[in-house]
Design a protein around this ligand. Sequence first.
Ligand SMILES: [Zn+2]
Length: 491
Amino acid sequence: MPAAAISSEILAKYEPVIGIEVHVQLLTATKAFCGCANHFGSEPNTNVCPVCLGLPGALPVLNRQAVDYATLASLALNCQVRERSIFARKNYFYPDLPKGYQISQFDKPLAEHGWIDVPTPEGGWKRIGITRLHMEEDAGKSIHDGLADSATHTSLDLNRCGTPLVEIVSEPDMRTPDEAWEYVTRLREIVLYCGVSDCNMEEGSLRCDVNVSIRKKGAEKLGTKVEVKNLNSFRNVRDAVQYEIERQVELVEEGTAIVQETRLWNPNENRTYSMRSKEQAHDYRYFPEPDLPPLVVSHDFIEATRKAMPELPEPRRARMIEQYGIAPKDAQTLTATPEEADRFEAAAKKAKSPQRLANLLLNEIGGRLKALELEQAQSPVSLDGIAQAADLLEENKISSKQLKQLFDLCFEKQEDFGPVYEREKPEQISDTSALEKIIDELVAANPKQVEQYRAGKTTLAGFFVGQAMRATKGQANPALLNELVTKKLAG
Ligand SMILES: [Zn+2]
């Protein structure tokens, strides 16, 4: 996970200060202020109407579902929800914004004063403040390439105009690229667990802008901040923060002032480029939206939403560790999305050993998928198949070596574990005298290890079990073998 860290020389002298703005599209059926479908990937300019095109006389009507979702996200992010918030017009001209303004919220946003806890390298937690969460609508999209006439024309797709968004603004509490990465990762997880967005960065349903500045260690005053846009993956967030810190330190070291500006991240060149300076910065001339009344969410509604909140990622992990005895590191991986966590839990409830199930899923199957650069969904072995394998292993009906061979066959033949196991039914040696003979030979051939074992180094039992397993080509009944080895070594 961590990228190359900022050098310790830089960190001894300077303190980076990082804040992040995240835009999240809400997963409503229709847009924020009209009945158009809120759908990614439709034919361009088909999900539009007079309201989202901003035609004269059209009036916005607020989508109830968007308010429900925004409130739920606010509470999940530990924000205080304002019972009366105000919509405002954010005025600017851009070709993909036919109205000439975006409906947003300004000085009275829906929610404020939240936080997310992120893990620290030392194994503790650090609290990152959330300044505010406000509702707004998205703009359309300018398409600069990929079309037949792209060399000479920019095309517009206004389907995205009016898509409901929440913008989540952090406090400038982060100090390292990894903290920034953790923050956006945790934020995404929480929003996903709330079910209010699909948080698909490739489709733009979650977008990040970061603000980076540096100041001399111990200084109170914040340095001049630079905003970096075009971060369409969390890896880009971390890399861009790292690059900006190093770029700014270099400038300060050579005595050049940092310019307040917006920069674009270029992931191919791993650097940022200046996009516009402060002189060209927008003055949005916010004023209250005259076509919408104040947004009122009652105390009762807020409390009912809080009560109905789904289980969030961190509490869920803690519960799963407790309930299934799985390792914290595994719990983290198994709960990346609520769907994955649900699937694992459904299987874990029936499994003879949930930890063994987790091991097979993450290491055996996960390892094979990673080596083949495949996604979980492309695995030939279903979770039921993995669960069956885990139970067989737990009951000593197959050895781990046999299991590996069976999994290899599943991948080779693109078949699930069940049919492969039925067909192959690996033989197992449960003949006590045959196994004893092998162990006797091993004991005779390794007198030194036997002596050490008897002197108290009992972990050497594993050595004998391993050797015996090898001698039987992995076919020995593991439980019986263990038992016989222990008995024989006891003398
Ligand atoms: Zn519309």
